[in-house]
Design a binder for this molecule. Structure first.
Ligand code: ATP
Length: 307
């Protein structure tokens, strides 16, 4: 089995403030995960707001440098890809999909012009027929076509259509991996499932793996093969999505699942429910611990005294 992505003991500390008021945040602590090249999958990162999901995603994309640990793509450390050519090759292979499609596009530029510059940059295409073919091929994968998109500005499309176009842009270099950070949270509720189904089809029909970042357990349950649950920068549980979400073991995972049932949580990514469980989950984070294997294949963070 060859490894597509290997995240090994990765941490990220942000330091802020001046000399006298210096403080730091451990945004990600000792995170490890690995995706295989042969088995495309949707690997989900779940956690409430501030748990470190975006920071981990940005490190995978090479947009943020880890303070500790290493990330490798196809066996080569991301930090060692230093030449322009190596960076470009990496960017072509690991493409981002961002939360807000309206921010991903320049409002003053036609959508196809933006796709065209991606095709030229990553595929080194020059002939207009070839460029159009690459754009149309990527747009067809997301249920659009070049004819539908040509000459249109971002404000002339719905949020759902624009997110599809953003995903098409990401697909132009034929990447084996997409990193999608809350790709449905800004999309109209009625169109969300179509984007979620699209990610599934990219995996099943085109062999693209997706790192899917969300605080929405329902879509995570629906499309993920595996997932990790993050609490304050740490992975507290990792495993097969259904195994973990049907019967979460860590108190924080249980809290997250319970919060799905709470209407006031909808969309905000904050946990409001069950103060007792919240206190237990929080108290466990204070204590040293490590991920332990369970017979069903999942990993759960266990505190030293509780082992
Ligand atoms: N550039 C930065 N400088 C300082 N602190 C940062 C920076 N980026 C993130 N953080 C902090 O790191 C922690 C993790 O943030 P991150 O954005 O990764 O969480 P998240 O789970 O993606 O949250 P959200 O769902 O709100 O996007 C937070 O405490 C955040 O304030």
């Amino acid at each position: 089995m060859t490894t597509l992505l290997d995240v090994r003991n990765v941490s990220k500390r942000f330091t802020m403030g001046g000399l006298l008021s210096r403080r730091s945040v451990e945004a990600v602590q000792d995170a490890s995960l690995s995706l295989s090249s042969e088995r495309p999958e949707i690997f989900t990162i779940i956690g409430e707001s501030g748990s470190g999901k975006t920071t981990l995603a940005r490190m995978i994309l090479g947009l943020e440098r880890p303070s500790g640990g290493e990330i490798s793509f196809r066996g080569k450390m991301v930090s060692q890809r230093v030449s322009r050519q190596e960076r470009l090759e990496f960017m072509a292979n690991v493409q981002p999909v961002f939360q807000n499609p309206f921010e991903a596009f320049n409002p003053l530029k036609e959508i196809d012009r933006y796709l065209e510059s991606t095709a030229k940059r990553f595929l080194k295409l020059h002939r207009q027929d070839d460029i159009d073919g690459a754009m149309d091929g990527a747009l067809q994968k997301v249920g659009l076509s070049l004819a539908e998109v040509k000459g249109r500005y971002p404000h002339e499309m719905s949020g759902g259509q624009l997110q599809r176009a953003a995903i098409a842009r990401a697909l132009i270099p034929n990447p084996p991996l997409l990193v999608a950070d809350e790709p449905v949270s800004m999309v109209d509720a009625s169109l969300r499932m179509s984007i979620v189904n699209l990610l599934r089809s990219l995996r099943d029909d085109f062999g693209v793996s997706v790192v899917y970042i969300t605080h929405d357990l329902a879509t995570a349950y629906y499309i993920s093969n595996r997932l990790i649950i993050m609490q304050r920068g740490r992975i507290v549980e990792m495993g097969d999505a259904r195994t973990v979400l049907d019967n979460p073991e860590h108190p924080y995972s249980r809290l997250l699942k319970a919060s799905v049932l709470s209407t006031e949580d909808a969309g905000a990514g904050k946990l409001m429910t069950d103060p007792g469980m919240a206190a237990l989950a929080s108290e466990r984070m204070e204590r040293p611990g490590s991920l332990q294997s369970r017979p069903d294949g999942r990993l759960v963070r266990v505190c030293e005294e509780a082992r």
